[in-house]
Design a protein around this ligand. Structure first.
Ligand code: PLP
Length: 354
């Protein structure tokens, strides 16, 4: 009996032309839990099946690993000596880890401030060279695209098609876990690679005869960083959800196509709605995701409360990254521990036993 999940390229080898699963650079990414959110459903106007795809359970704590295994494997196979990416945090964490396994140098270019400390720690601990530019993510991305097009470093942002190809695997897994596609798939949208890739994944799986129906793709942006919803570039994107703080998404058209072709939509939620969903997940379901991840649930809740569902629908929300990546988000919004003198009576009185 084989008990170990081997990573997405080996598990779904027929869907990846190369590399040979034997030579893949992997941390056994994917195979993440699909967890029912029954406690949250109880408070909804209609009963339905709601699931969270816990992408924070990937090796570096976000879905980025699904694309990074393929992008780094192929870059290494082509003889690359170094990787480069611009990042709001999770891409750099993933590139740094997979770069180590491939024996490549890794350069990450991050925007001014706003990178959560957990993600920065990951890039540093894996010995990536971290370059902070005095500017926004979109400027950082423009720089690394130029550098990679003129110098011998492989670009591993989601504009790299290998990234998107690997990220399709989340759709394969959801279908395998549910036995069919959900009716709705909500996910946060930043650079829009994930929604583009997830939609491609459902279509590839259907073309291979693994499923029948397709889900509606529901992309959720943060109100302060909602270029696709607004229909124009946002020069100064602003949101607590730093992983989707992007004003000019690289896969803009992919997101529009996914929403249109699936009968879905791209919409936005406020930071308050994101944080409400974030705290619901942690305090009602025992799930700790990062703020950006909760945008998917926030988008779902907004529609559910507006009466958009009739009952019985099967809904999946992608929770893109782990909450431990951004512990400061907790302390910004909640009181920390209760301090008392070191006496039993003091502790008992907090317990309500005094
Ligand atoms: C990268 C990322 C996103 C945004 O995904 P895109 O593919 O850029 O739309 C959302 N949440 C988290 C945690 C991420 O790391």
């Amino acid at each position: 009996m084989r008990t170990t999940w081997r990573g997405i390229v080996a598990e779904y080898a027929p869907f990846f032309g190369s590399p040979d699963p034997a030579s893949v650079v992997t941390l056994q990414e994917g195979g993440t839990p699909l967890v029912p959110l029954d406690r949250i459903v109880r408070d909804l106007p209609v009963p339905l099946s709601l699931y969270a795809k816990i992408e924070g359970a990937n090796p570096t704590g976000s879905f980025k690993d699904r694309g990074m295994t393929l992008a780094v494997s192929r870059a290494a196979a082509r003889g690359a000596r170094a990787l480069i990416c611009a990042s709001t945090g999770n891409t750099s964490a993933s590139a740094a880890a997979y770069g180590v396994r491939a024996g490549l140098r890794v350069f990450v270019v991050i925007p001014d401030g706003k990178i959560s400390r957990g993600k920065l720690a990951q890039a540093i601990v894996h010995r990536a060279t971290v370059i902070q530019v005095e500017g926004l993510f979109d400027q950082a991305l423009a720089i690394v695209r130029e550098v990679a097009s003129t110098h011998p470093v492989a670009l591993v942002n989601s504009v790299n098609p290998d990234r998107l190809e690997g990220q399709r695997s989340v759709a394969f897994e959801i279908v395998d876990q549910m036995g069919e596609a959900p009716d709705y798939h909500f996910l946060p949208v930043g650079n829009a690679g994930n929604i583009t890739a997830s939609w491609a994944g459902y279509n590839a799986y259907r073309a291979a005869g693994r499923m029948a129906g397709l889900p509606r793709m529901m992309g959720i942006q943060a109100e302060g960083a909602a270029p696709i919803v607004l229909g124009h570039v946002v020069e100064k994107p602003e949101t607590v959800a730093s992983a989707i703080r992007i004003g000019n998404p690289a896969s803009w058209q992919g997101a529009l196509d996914a929403a249109r072709d699936s009968g879905g939509a791209i919409s936005s939620v406020s930071d308050e709605e994101i944080l409400e969903a974030y705290h619901l997940l942690s305090s009602r379901e025992g799930i700790f995701c990062e703020p950006a991840s909760a945008a998917s649930l926030a988008g779902f809740l907004k529609r559910a409360r507006a009466g958009a569902f009739s009952g019985g629908e099967r809904v999946v929300c992608t929770l893109t990254g782990h909450g431990l990546k951004d512990p400061d988000a907790v302390f910004r919004s909640q009181p920390a521990e209760i301090r008392v003198p070191a006496r039993k009576e003091e502790v008992l009185s907090v317990l309500g036993f005094s």
